[in-house]
Design a protein around this ligand. Structure first.
Ligand SMILES: Cc1cc2nc3c(=O)[nH]c(=O)nc-3n(C[C@H](O)[C@H](O)[C@H](O)COP(=O)(O)O)c2cc1C
Length: 213
């Protein structure tokens, strides 16, 4: 009986200060790992962090700067294929086996990991691919959240899930947030507010995924 007023006070405090009220079942903790080059994935992940009361870590790519990429033949490609399975052009100029910071992430305390990544050449960004390959995700439930200019095909999503499964995790959902929309015959930028609204709409489903062990 004595604890009830304290719980009530905490709830009211959280509501008034917009501190997220943790909802996950006991023992369920969420970590958002994201890479972002132009800031769109960062924007949606930051909103998710607040809504879910999650921990969040930005993965930095120490090798790729697509704005400065020279077309044709990148050093780090070494016969690797881009996310869409193709070689050559821009894909070959990116360093797929890149260096990231941090390389090792403290994953053990978390039950759920949200991997936020832009789509690059049809697949996850090199930084997120490297992060997956560098960390043991055994037993974790992973949600892949991509931002991209065009909708991903199912086979692309399946390909994105493969390395996560190899890292020992269970891919429980894959969400994509579009950074562009069609206007007449062109693709035009969606606003960050529109992208954020899409993420907010995912909240009930995410809560039910994370709330269930
Ligand atoms: C190197 C590079 C490759 C990209 N490849 C694709 C692609 O294959 N398909 C797509 O829909 N968008 C592609 N994009 C667009 C990004 O996925 C999209 O703009 C994303 O929302 C950017 O996220 P960010 O702002 O977090 O970096 C590419 C962008 C870059 C820089």
């Amino acid at each position: 009986m004595k604890r009830l007023p304290i719980v009530f006070f905490v709830f009211v405090f959280c509501s008034l200060t917009s501190v997220p009220v943790p909802f996950a079942a006991e023992g369920n903790k969420v970590l958002i790992l994201y890479y972002s080059y132009t800031g769109k994935t960062r924007a949606v992940c930051e909103v998710l962090q607040k809504l879910l009361g999650a921990d969040m870590l930005e993965i930095k790519d120490l090798k790729n700067d697509p704005g400065k990429v020279q077309m044709g033949g990148g050093k780090g490609m070494k016969g690797k294929k881009a996310g869409n399975g193709k070689k050559g052009g821009m894909a070959a100029s990116l360093v797929w086996d890149t260096h990231i910071e941090p390389q090792s992430v403290e994953i053990a305390p978390y039950s759920h990991i949200i991997l936020g990544s832009p789509v690059w050449m049809g697949g996850l960004s090199p930084a997120i691919q490297k992060c997956i390959a560098s960390n043991n995700m055994s037993g974790k439930k992973v949600i892949i959240l991509t931002t991209s200019n065009a909708p991903e095909k199912e086979e692309q999503q399946a390909r994105n899930a493969d390395p996560v499964k190899k890292a020992g995790a269970d891919v429980v959902e894959h969400y994509q947030i579009l950074a562009k929309r069609k206007a007449e015959n062109k693709r035009v930028d969606r606003t960050v507010d529109e992208m954020v609204a899409d993420v907010q709409a995912l909240l009930p489903e995410l809560k039910s995924i994370i709330g269930n062990k």
